[in-house]
Design a protein around this ligand. Structure first.
Ligand code: NDP
Length: 477
């Protein structure tokens, strides 16, 4: 078992002020793999002081100096890439092929997106009225990240903070702290100045809240549930911090009758199941035009039955367990709710898959004939659970798609690209994918409505971490 009880503060690995141990559990075996410390408000105080001191000089480094540091971090990340993938497999349960090709890959992809944006950014510009506008780092940033795409969310916050000349304190999820600690080792090796990046483990209620409330923190960037995002906003309000939020989703996926059904239904089911369904932008509401509904259900059922659950340590395209016992309980409760609300169970259902009684495994599950008022159509399940709903017309599809409190992603499948784009403009979502097009590094990621505030990645992700200063100067006639 790994001993990971130290925090990274002011360029050093230090003991917590008050020891409090927590075991990190491998979700596939339910066995402990590491012990970490749960921090306190006093540890946050120490980390924020270090970040504040570092800001005085780090904020004045040049763009070129920061690009050089990020490029060094990129080389180190590449060297330790496999270690990152293995760590995520161990603590999250993501199958090793998926960890290697997707989870760990984002650490490089986002770095490239931010470095490109940094090379193009104008930190000083002169307006046509003669005034000067400066972009300046916002200050000390509090970063709170979840467990589902752990290094993705860390990269989307830590890189823009350090890239813009801000300093930061990261609190990762205590379910997946090991990848964050590995990232801290990489940042240390890249020689970022002491105090520019700090890491404190702990729970949301104590450590997360201490960070959100801290008077020396200028900005909070949070990813996780809408419930916790609201708490961060309230905690940050008294000190008028900027708050960036990336929250949940219940993303609609509209399949028109002219889509390539075989290819697009298969892709849609697999995308919903990817990462065991634990993705905020997963296409979890599949809206299918009634003329092809029966055919679509046949394809979905076949793909659902073929989806395999398996050991995360083994290579392959199977899906792994959920991250935790709590998460397993939540997903089981929502599968039961789908049945109780009268949805038709097409594939899967409650309980663990045969042969996977140990570990937080769930059966990949598909419901047909779902009504948009049912809980499985309204709540984020965060498990491999797909809800299929029929519709008749384009207008009705748009109405059902937008009938949600969330607005993170949306998906449109159609053989007519003009129609797909027309529908995309009507959807109240931050990102619309047409015919399986993926999210690309450097493009803005974020949502409308209760899916969040702000955008992450590339140029737009840098903007979230920058203040704007206007210099009014006397104009020479
Ligand atoms: P949370 O939102 O509770 O956890 C995400 C992060 O926020 C963790 O680091 C957590 O710490 C922290 N946190 C929790 N409460 C607070 C608080 N009051 N102040 C500051 N930080 C806080 O997600 P859960 O793990 O509880 O998952 C619940 C549901 O949230 C999932 O079923 C899913 O629907 C959704 N979710 C959405 C994600 C997304 O990417 N949009 C990611 C993860 C979950 P701690 O773990 O110690 O509580």
């Amino acid at each position: 078992m790994f001993d990971k009880r130290k925090f990274y503060i002011n360029g050093e690995w230090v003991d917590p002020i008050t020891p409090r141990d927590l075991q990190v559990i491998n979700p596939a075996t339910e066995q402990p793999i590491a012990v970490i410390s749960m921090g306190s408000a006093a540890d946050i105080d120490r980390a924020v002081s270090a970040a504040k001191r570092a800001f005085a000089s780090y904020s004045r480094t040049s763009l070129d100096e920061r690009i050089a540091l990020l490029e060094k971090l990129r080389a180190i990340y590449e060297r330790r890439y496999d270690e990152m993938a293995r760590t995520i497999t161990l603590e999250l349960g993501a199958p090793i092929t998926m960890s290697t090709e997707q989870q760990a890959h984002v650490g490089i992809g986002h770095l490239d997106g931010f470095i490109d944006a940094l090379k193009a950014i104008k930190m000083r510009e002169v307006l046509t009225n003669g005034d000067i506008v400066l972009r300046e780092p916002i200050g000390v940033c509090g970063l709170i990240t979840p467990w589902n795409w752990p290094i993705n969310q860390i990269a989307l916050k830590v890189i823009p903070a350090l890239a813009t000349g801000s300093t930061c304190v990261l609190k990762p999820s205590e379910f997946t702290p090991l990848n964050a600690m590995l990232y801290a080792e990489m940042i240390a090796e890249a020689d970022f100045p002491a105090g520019s990046f700090n890491l404190v483990n702990g729970d949301g209620l104590e450590v997360g809240a201490a960070l959100s409330k801290h008077c020396d923190v200028d900005m909070m960037s949070f990813t996780g549930s809408t419930r916790a995002g609201t708490a961060v906003s309230k905690d940050a309000a008294d000190t008028v911090k900027r708050v960036a939020l990336e929250l949940g989703g219940k993303s609609p996926n509209i399949v028109f009758e002219d889509a390539d059904l075989e290819e697009r239904i298969t892709g849609s089911v697999l995308e919903c199941f990817n990462n065991s369904g634990q993705s905020c932008d997963a296409p979890t509401r599949l809206l299918v035009q009634r003329t092809v509904y029966a055919q679509a259900l046949d394809i979905a059922e076949r793909v659902g039955r073929e989806a395999r659950v398996g050991n995360p340590e083994e290579a392959g395209d199977h899906i792994g367990p959920l991250v935790s016992d709590i998460q397993h309980g939540r997903v089981q409760a929502l599968i039961e709710a789908g049945i109780a609300d009268g949805a038709r169970l097409l594939v899967g259902g409650p309980g663990k898959p045969h042969g996977f009684e140990t570990g937080y495994f769930v059966k990949p599950t598909i419901f047909a004939d779902v009504d948009n008022t049912m809980r499985i159509a309204r709540e984020e399940v965060f498990g491999p659970v797909l809800a299929i709903l029929p519709f008749d017309t384009e207008e009705e599809a748009i109405e059902i798609a937008n009938d949600t409190n969330y607005g993170l992603a949306a998906y449109v499948q159609s053989g007519d690209l003009d129609r797909a784009e027309r529908v995309a403009t009507r959807l109240r979502a931050g990102m619309v994918h047409i015919n399986g097009a993926p999210h690309r590094y450097g493009s803005p990621f974020g949502g409308y409505k209760q899916s969040g505030i702000g955008r992450e990645g590339g140029k737009f992700g840098l903007d979230d971490f920058l203040e704007i200063k206007t210099i009014h100067r006397p104009l020479i006639a």
